[in-house]
Design a protein around this ligand. Structure first.
Ligand code: FES
Length: 124
């Protein structure tokens, strides 16, 4: 018996927006209208390509890489993409999500995305 299929990918889109007048950078900005449309663009692109059933776009809060925003995190693979635009999202969907090849030129720099610390090393 087959179960309900898991999604092949989850795409976490940071939707954090700093309040007006706050100097902190955020992935959704009052000063950048395109940044306010990226989650909708991502969802619509997945629908248009007929893959929304197996690729789940998820809205999240801050992913702690605000200086590089707008960002998304693709799982599995733990791949973070930075400084996103609609064009970059389209390319990530075509090349990474459908094609299976990470778009390296949009991936966060190594020094900003070091290896994770295993919880077993942090647990008290
Ligand atoms: S506001 Fe998006 S990573 Fe912090």
């Amino acid at each position: 018996m087959n179960g309900v299929p898991q999604p092949a990918f989850y795409i976490f889109k940071c939707q954090q927006s700093a309040p007006p007048g706050m100097p902190k950078l955020s992935c959704v900005s009052q000063n950048n209208p395109e940044s306010q449309q990226l989650f909708q663009h991502l969802s619509q692109a997945l629908m248009m390509k007929g893959i929304i059933a197996t690729v789940s776009p998820i809205q999240t809060g801050c992913l702690n890489r605000c200086q590089q925003g707008p960002v998304i995190l693709v799982e599995p693979g733990h791949t973070m993409y930075t400084e996103l635009t609609k064009e970059k999202i389209d390319r990530i969907i075509d090349e990474h999500i459908i094609g299976g090849n990470v778009v390296n030129e949009y991936v966060i720099a190594d020094e900003m995305w070091g290896d994770a610390v295993p919880p077993s090393e942090m647990a008290r």
